[in-house]
Design a binder for this molecule. Structure first.
Ligand code: URP
Ligand code: ZN
Ligand code: ZN
Length: 471
């Protein structure tokens, strides 16, 4: 099956030019002006952008969390991703306490089996190095294409690890070629502030934000940076929300340390006003780290423009408001943490980043596709438009007007963080390895087309010949 995408404006992290893109056997085989080739199918992309499929490095599908399970499984989450122009993501395997990493991986792969619509990889979230996974097993994960370890410095009593566990994982990463990821909030202090708030009778969703102050994020971010430097491990700080966390990352990067930071779409748009909404509506905006004062929005735009932060993810961790978020109606600490957004990232960042003049089109591609692919061992197979790369492509109509709403999105979440937001610019055709997934607002492919991708070690490239395997 061959495909010719004609006359589109090809935009990568580095380039912006009009060309035809020819696809054969799942890959891009030719790029040039007015290509004289016969194809099984031709897509006219005149006036459209041809972007690499976006890569979301931070999602939680079918994950038990906060006394319930996220509402999007692999199928609904990945369909939602495809509609939003995301063709590859890296999801978190959470090691159950006492389980080996192999057991955890088996469990997660069985949840994905047969349901995959886009390509995916896994990070390993380490919760227990005492009774289940060993350091030796951890060191062997990169051989299986699991080339990033995640540790939670918060969620005391659930996912949180102590500094010894964090540091041991960093030592392993320094020799195994894995990238260490941290959720950076001081979990001990947050836990104390939560207990104090509840004891004072403060049970509203707003107290979720007030008990997780920016200083707790800044402190943990700096601690992780210093420990990673000591261990000689590369570090990626997930979901950075505020000046207090951007500053230590910027300082480390200015010194040339191997530190990267990510923020998420929602932190540019949601604020304390949202989590304060009456009638428990504020619970929709309960995720961690929490919404911040809106003065942080500009801090984050500046940081993504200056490469102090290098990626924008969604941290898609969707729950129903009605039936799941409501578990915490009388106690904010029982509201499951997380929000939906896999489908909205490209449209929102294009509208409020590119169209608003805050970042260039090239930088948008770099933040949403190229840098996530590079950092997580998927590049150059994913994250760019180049000869030899997987034909994961988005034909993006920059004129299409869309109103974001839970009534039209493909996540099972019963609300949207951006309800009613009008944007101009949306994916028109989304391709995975040359196969049409979405075309004119219809899902064309069936679950099962997506694959598990064995990722390259940190700093290494993923060459086309490396086999992708189904879960
Ligand atoms: O609230 C959030 N972010 N839920 C997902 C788990 C995490 O901390 O990333
Ligand atoms: Zn987190
Ligand atoms: Zn997350």
């Amino acid at each position: 099956m061959s495909l010719l995408i004609k006359g589109g404006r090809v935009v990568t992290a580095a380039d912006d030019y009009v060309a035809d893109v020819f696809v054969e056997d799942e890959r891009i085989s030719l790029i040039g002006l007015d290509l004289d080739v016969a194809a099984d199918r031709v897509i006219d992309a005149t006036g459209k952008y041809v972007l690499p499929g976006c890569v979301d490095p931070h999602t939680h599908l079918d994950m038990p969390f906060g006394g319930t399970v996220t509402i999007d499984d692999v199928e609904s989450g990945q369909i939602s991703a495809a509609f939003g122009g995301t063709t590859c993501h890296v999801d978190f395997v959470i090691q159950p306490q006492g389980a080996t990493f192999a057991q955890a991986l088996d469990e997660w792969r069985s949840k994905a089996n047969g349901k995959q619509v886009i390509d995916m990889g896994y990070h390993m979230a380490i919760t227990d190095l005492e009774n289940g996974g060993t350091l030796e097993e951890l060191a062997s994960l990169p051989e299986q294409g699991i080339t990033s370890y995640k540790l939670f410095m918060a969620y005391k009593g659930a996912l949180m690890v102590d500094d010894e566990t964090l540091y041991r994982a960093m030592e392993v990463a320094a020799r195994s070629g894995a990238l260490v990821m941290v959720h950076a909030e001081n979990g001990d202090v947050v836990d104390l502030l939560v207990r104090e708030a509840l004891a004072a009778g403060n049970t509203e969703p707003l107290y979720h934000a007030l008990t997780r102050p920016p200083e707790a994020e800044g402190e943990a971010t700096n601690r992780a940076i210093q420990l990673a430097h000591l261990a000689g491990a590369p570090l990626y700080v997930v979901h950075v929300t505020c000046r207090e966390a951007v500053e230590p990352i910027a300082r480390a990067r200015a010194k040339g340390w191997d530190v990267w930071g990510e923020t998420c779409t929602q932190y540019f748009f949601n604020s304390l006003d949202d989590i304060s909404k009456p009638n428990f509506e504020g619970a929709k905006y309960v995720y961690s780290p929490p919404v911040r004062d809106s003065s942080n929005w500009d801090v984050l735009w500046t940081a993504v423009r200056n490469d102090e932060l290098s990626a924008i993810s969604t941290d898609h961790c969707a729950f129903l408001w009605d039936g799941q978020k409501t578990l915490g109606r009388d106690d904010f600490s029982k509201i499951p943490n997380g929000g939906p957004g896999l489908e909205d990232r490209l449209k929102m960042i294009h509208e409020f980043g590119v169209r608003a003049g805050r970042i260039s089109l090239n930088r948008m591609v770099e933040l949403l596709a190229t840098n996530p692919a590079r950092l997580f061992g998927l590049y150059p197979r994913k994250g760019t438009v180049a000869v030899g790369s997987d034909a994961d492509l988005v034909v993006f109509d920059p004129e299409k007007e869309v109103t974001i709403s839970a009534s039209t999105h493909h996540s099972k979440a019963d609300y949207s963080l951006y309800e009613g937001t009008k944007v101009t610019g949306a994916p028109e055709v989304v391709l995975l390895r040359g196969q049409v997934l979405v075309e004119r607002d219809e899902l064309v492919a069936s679950p099962g087309v997506g694959r598990f991708v064995a990722r390259a070690r940190f700093g290494e490239e993923l060459q086309p010949e490396r086999a992708a395997v189904t879960p």
